[in-house]
Design a protein around this ligand. Sequence first.
Ligand code: C2E
Ligand code: MG
Ligand code: MG
Ligand code: MG
Length: 279
Amino acid sequence: TVIQKIQSEGGDNILSLSKDGHKELSTRSVIEKRLLIALNQKDLHVLYQPQLDLKTNKIKTVEALVRWDDSEIGTVTPDILIPIAEETGLINQIGNFMLEKACLQAVEWQNLGHSIQVSVNTSIREFRDKNMVDVIRKILDKTGCPAHLLQIEITEKFALEAEAEGSIVKQMKQLQADGVKFSLDDFGTGYASFRYMQILPLEEFKIDKSFISSVAYQNKTQALIRGMIQFGKSLEMRVIAEGVETDEQEKVLREYDCDAIQGYYISRPISASEVTQLF
Ligand code: C2E
Ligand code: MG
Ligand code: MG
Ligand code: MG
């Protein structure tokens, strides 16, 4: 399929000759074309992955993850979809779609008596839109979602770039003042800069799953994770571990006083109605 092709070629443009000698569209532009259609038809959907709060043993937050099963090109995973969407600028539309869906869902859960925070991934390109604060305020307004039930996840790369862009820091602070929370995703993987911890209004960080996978048997990893959790505590930030797959990992993270865990051990990403059944 198209997707297997793009994976085997490492994601680059592929121009090949079809039987009649015409150049086929590159895989990227096929995805882009299908994505535009999918966005117009609201064909993307959202799965939610619950996070278990280790203090209360309750689920208080779910992460919203985009899913796309296209009728022509098949399933396009986020690892392929998001970079292409970022390059083409369609990420803003994906972001708006995800924010609106997640906020609507939070309201639906609230109406059922469950106060659940939704955590939505974003790309820096969305915040380069000078109207991003208004966009989010309008979504909160339209859906009736209280600001404190929305959390926005940013990556370390986002944080590093945002630190140098005053307008983005300003937008984040405006949203924080409204009650929106910010979470730093994939912590510890990319950019060892702590300056952004000082500058950005971050409530929590998520220890990347690459650390968690070896926590049960590697001393160095244990020391790193313990250190990261302590680091979070001294900054008064919540610390979440992602990619928790075993009871052994959960045990260690509890022992280290981690605030919450997310991973297949708790639940895979599931549909909103499956989440509702969990409550
Ligand atoms: P992420 O934000 O770090 O999300 C966690 C990823 O890890 C998800 O992959 C999730 O399915 C996977 N995961 C969860 N628990 C486990 C586990 O126990 N073990 C392992 N091996 N994996 C686990 P997914 O859904 O494929 O998303 C991949 C990435 O794509 C996300 O990483 C995020 O960076 C990005 N992404 C997903 N949805 C969106 C979106 O709506 N907007 C943006 N900008 N990025 C998104
Ligand atoms: Mg995330
Ligand atoms: Mg992550
Ligand atoms: Mg990731």
